[in-house]
Design a protein around this ligand. Structure first.
Ligand SMILES: *Cc1c(COP(=O)(O)O)cnc(C)c1O
Length: 409
């Protein structure tokens, strides 16, 4: 987003003009930022075969998926519904990874029948597939028990985590693979979001390589994600260029030892789409209490839950007042819960009617939205090659009622 002569714009399109056309609350995505991030990843890893698979739970609009498919990346899915969306967006099944957790065998069956790469994180499921689909190549999700991640809720590699098969259970996995004649074509880990330190990856890489040597039929090793992007101006974030250099060297050396060139996979969600998103809301009220000045906006935890759910920071600025006097606010939603977006936040003086913009609104924002308080979900607008497109309509009362079965009471 650019600020020129008091007006904010994306790819040359004035944001306030877009708001006049589409209304608030409004999600806006800048496709050029997704492309930039994808190009960065592709350039960072110097290996023979690289597979970037976009973790679409971060932002699942089908048009975003279409672009990512056109740009050559694959897809990482966690549900059969995400697989269906991915197929509809044009991904071929062999570019889709399916990494479910705690799903039933009926859903695993569907994924196998759709021809996508299944990634297993439960020993009994491994046995089930061994008995029913012994020819299906499988990837194993390992929990390396490397403690990493931005906070407890998004750190999934620790000992109490429900994700993955523990490295301590590898002897059992090996026994099952041999006995049932399974073909293990991939090894996977995903230690959690927000990994700042390339050292965490290289430590986990060594663990994965050790395990990989035990499986002779591998085609890929998948390092999951956890690549962090800046949320604040001075934020530390994953240096993917440094990570790429270190990990590529290690990976190439491993392939030499292994005797074959494998593919190196990553599954970024946040890294690709976090920064592309801008969420615009309108200030309804400025409400002063004895202790606090609240800015109450026409949105809430129903549209962007990360601050309440994870304690996440989203930078918020006053689109209507680029040169205003800075003041301190608690920025809150209109939901009948304590839905606080930001506490003690310095924002240029806010008046009722002012438009506020949230940054980093691409990942885990719309995709986590709900209809709580019977509110409509916002519309989504894509800015692509200098033009704007409505890619999801704002909901209406019909959307809220359409699956309700009205009885003649
Ligand atoms: C959510 C998820 C990702 C993406 O994580 P980010 O932190 O958004 O990059 C990757 N792989 C799996 C298996 C996931 O569940």
């Amino acid at each position: 987003m650019e600020l020129k002569e008091g007006r904010y714009s994306i790819q040359g399109l004035d944001i306030i003009d877009l708001v006049s056309q589409y209304g608030t609350p409004l999600y806006i995505y800048d496709s050029a930022i997704i492309k930039r991030q994808l190009d960065r990843l592709n350039a960072a890893f110097k290996v023979k075969k690289l597979g970037i698979h976009y973790a679409c739970k971060a932002l699942n609009n089908i048009n975003i998926l279409r672009l990512i498919n056109q740009w050559g990346a694959g897809l990482d899915t966690v549900s059969v519904q995400e697989i269906w969306t991915g197929l509809k967006a044009g991904f071929s099944p062999d570019k889709i990874l399916y990494t479910p957790n705690c799903v039933g065998t009926d859903e695993i069956e569907m994924a196998i029948n759709l021809g996508v790469q299944v990634n297993i994180d439960h020993i009994e499921t491994l046995e089930y597939i061994g008995h029913h689909h012994p020819d299906t190549p499988l990837c194993i999700r390992i929990n390396p028990h490397v403690m990493a991640g931005g906070n407890e809720k998004i750190s999934v590699g620790h000992i109490d985590s429900k994700f993955g098969i523990s490295i301590y259970q590898m002897p059992l996995v090996e026994r099952l693979v041999k006995t049932l004649g399974l073909r293990i074509n991939g090894i996977h880990m995903h230690t959690g979001s927000d990994i700042l330190d390339p050292g965490v990856f290289t430590l986990a890489a060594d663990i994965l390589f050790d395990i990989a040597r035990k499986f002779p039929d591998l085609e890929f090793i998948d390092f999951g994600s956890g690549l962090k992007v800046p949320y604040k101006d001075d934020d530390v974030c994953t240096d993917v260029e440094e990570l790429g250099a270190i990990l590529s060297d290690k990976f190439n050396q491993f392939c030499k030892d292994y005797g074959r060139d494998l593919s190196l996979y990553f599954e970024p969600g946040k890294f690709l789409v976090s920064e592309c998103g801008f969420f615009v809301v309108k200030t309804n009220v400025i409400k002063q209490t004895p202790s606090t000045v609240f800015a109450g906006v026409d949105s809430g935890m129903n549209h962007l839950i990360r601050p309440m759910f994870y304690g996440s920071y989203h930078h918020i600025f006053n689109l209507s007042s680029p040169a205003g006097k800075p003041r301190v606010y608690n920025i809150v939603g209109y939901i009948c819960e304590t839905d606080t977006f930001a506490t003690n936040r310095v924002v240029n003086e806010i008046h009722p009617g002012d438009l506020l913009c949230f940054k980093n609104a691409g990942a885990y924002c719309f995709s986590m939205s709900s209809n709580y308080n019977s509110r409509f979900r916002p519309c989504e607008v894509l800015i692509h090659e200098g033009k704007h497109y409505l890619i999801r309509q704002r909901e209406t009362i019909d959307d809220l009622l359409k699956n309700q079965v009205e009885l003649a009471l």
